[in-house]
Design a binder for this molecule. Structure first.
Ligand SMILES: Nc1ncnc2c1ncn2[C@@H]1O[C@H](COP(=O)(O)OP(=O)(O)OP(=O)(O)O)[C@@H](O)[C@H]1O
Ligand SMILES: [Mg+2]
Length: 234
């Protein structure tokens, strides 16, 4: 479904991604792991057209992506839950959710909103409240819900558990599992290795802008190189 091939991306004069390759097959849950500054968010930004590709390619459904606009990204079926949530804190929960449907082609469709409110029932109670008044975990539910409003086929999640209380982490993970069962493919950026590998089917490890390891969750756990890099850190 999504393939990044030898991707390089620059931020101004500084190269952030040097050689990142990964593949996300239809229906898969894939992890993207790596330390602060490794280039995980940059990779997601390149997929959604936020950053220009300096070398290599991004293809989605076999179609080469050349810095798509937001409307093109949404129309092709990709939605991003950005790092730090990026809600509009002064707007209501409902208004924030509706922002996610703004660029979608089928604007009249009320179904995604019902699905989101079923997935996160607390958001129904909080619908008229300012998003900024919600807890971190509830705000993350709004951010995920907003992304789902365009009925994406591929959901990109950039560190969705930062600032989320443990109980809500479990609730959000359960919701993400349900979303996957409903047919949405996922690419998850996550710093908590145990949590990530407990959720995804396979993962890639990025270091200094390069993919350095990849494998199934159990395979990575058993890999001494992986253990040396990550498992001691938590
Ligand atoms: N907008 C930007 N302008 C300049 N440099 C940037 C910009 N965004 C990221 N960088 C740099 O690019 C590199 C990769 O950053 P990126 O945010 O992709 O890493 P990350 O893996 O998502 O890290 P984190 O886990 O902290 O979110 C870092 O060296 C970072 O400082
Ligand atoms: Mg990041």
């Amino acid at each position: 479904m999504l393939t990044l091939s030898h991707l390089a991306v620059d931020h101004g004069k500084a190269r952030a991604l040097w050689d990142l390759s990964l593949h996300v097959g239809r229906g898969e849950k894939i992890g993207l792991l790596g330390a602060n500054g490794a280039g995980k968010s940059t990779a997601m930004g390149a997929v959604i057209g936020l950053y220009q590709v300096a070398a290599g390619t991004v293809t989605f459904d076999g179609v080469l992506q050349v810095q798509p606009t937001t409307a093109q990204t949404v129309a092709s079926g990709i939605a991003l839950v950005p790092e730090g949530r990026r809600l509009f804190p002064g707007m209501t929960v409902l208004e924030n959710l509706q922002m996610g449907a703004f660029a979608a082609t089928d604007r009249a469709d009320a179904e995604p909103l019902e699905q989101v409110l079923k997935l996160f029932p607390i958001l129904r109670q909080k619908a008229r409240q300012a998003a900024g008044e919600l807890s971190g975990g509830q705000q993350q539910m709004v951010a995920i819900g907003r992304a789902l409003m365009s009925s994406p086929r591929l959901l990109l999640l950039d560190e969705p558990f930062i600032g989320v209380a443990p109980m809500l982490v479990e609730e959000i993970l359960a919701a993400l599992r349900q979303i996957a069962v409903d047919g949405v493919t996922m690419l998850l950026v996550e710093q908590n290795t145990h949590r990530a590998l407990g959720f995804v089917d396979r993962a890639y490890v990025v270091e200094n802008g390069r993919t350095v390891l990849e494998g199934g969750s159990e395979e990575l756990f058993a890999d001494p190189a992986f253990a040396a890099k990550f498992l001691g850190l938590e």
